[in-house]
Design a protein around this ligand. Sequence first.
Ligand SMILES: [Ca+2]
Length: 493
Amino acid sequence: MKRFLRRAFLPALAGFGVLAVGHAAAPSRPNVLMIIADDLNDWIGCLGGHPDVKTPNLDRLAARGLLFTNAHCPAPVCNPSRIATLTGRRPSSTGAYGNDVVWHQVLPGIATIPQHFKAQGYHVAGGGKIYHHPPGFNRRSDWHDYFNQVFDSHYQTLWASGGDTKKFAFPDGFPLNGLPAVKALARPPQNSNEFDWGPFDKSDDEMGDARMVQWAERFLARPPAQPFFLAAGIYRPHLPWYAPRRYFDMYPEDKVTLPPVKDDDLDDLPEGGRRMAADRAEDLVMVKQAGQYRRVLQAYLANISFCDALVGRLLDALDRSPAASNTIVVFWSDNGFHLGEKQHLHKFTLWDRSTRLPFIIAAPGVGKPSTRTARPVGFVDLFPTLNELCGLPAVPGLDGQSLVPLLRDPQRTWDRPALTTHGQGNHAVRDERWRYIRYADGGEELYDHDRDPNEWTNLAGQPEYAAVKARLAQWLPRTDTPSLSKKGRKKAG
Ligand SMILES: [Ca+2]
């Protein structure tokens, strides 16, 4: 009988022991609130990316910690950027370059940040778009709690639920999402399930992103007893650019500042650069022909401010929470967006507008508030950084390095540049002064940000810069893992 009892209860006791260790460690282990925006470029107030933009809440978050002013995504596309950031492994290491790669199917045994925190005894909760959002990319079993994405567009919901939009007859021609914006275009845009914009006469709380925020507010009001990792994925400012009308009213269409654009900007690009610029370039032409360009800018800015307001609600909820004093806040965006620069109205490029992104870490007791660093960093650095901040065991095989030294001393020397990859063999290396791009076919670009912040003059062909190129080229990945994408190797996402 004794033996039976021991057999029956030992596993239970062992399980209890693990929990007990987690509880015992709780006071020293900080919580994490990770907020992700979607397609938000560097147009936020504290980064100075656009003169009109109003982001008081992101600015307030930056004032609580360290703002990285030279942070870059691992890939300028939703899915590969999120996979690389959440696994800490670059696309060139995993082969995950495209939007169709389901990370947990093709990378078995590779832990993501939420999985690692869960294995280490954290309560792990997520809401909205954390992994890529089509069906099957997110696994409910990776989370203790998950709040599903709520979309604001009938067509987008249909698409995300696995419906075939091609079979779907648009009611009268193509008012795609029920708004008149795209009716003005000459023909349906390529990404017709989402390419639309306009104000909604609804309250914030009636929009999908705010429903996720309400869920996170409830979570933070009554956090679990054990340390938690809470991921809040805000879909804004991804297309379609819908937001409550008051955010549109913040940016009157006739007063919106146009981004600086050089008309012959593509003339000095190699073939690889021209191809990336040309991807969906027809959308920009149609938008301009239809007299919608200023409305597009207004809509993107409005969606940034809506996103910012939601970040503010999360910060307010944290400040009211019992967890307020012991929670690290991290903010990042998966990729940027061109609004006409390089004749482009999308992401999918290796220039600053697609890769330079907001990145803020506010870790209580580590570093000082209201600090900035221009050292080049990448989001693949996030996984080792969070491990160090939370005292979790290191994960072998990560491509990044912990940013805790920069949190403690934002001006310390930092040799590593940031690296962005778009499709197999196409890379951009960014240090504090230069951007060096090398495409898979050998084509090159080099920009001097000290003199050319808009990346208008490609210096790669000028012999006096050979040493700069050679120095930056040393940081290109040693391996270019073949693409896991079903769509083939030529084009990512
Ligand atoms: Ca994105």
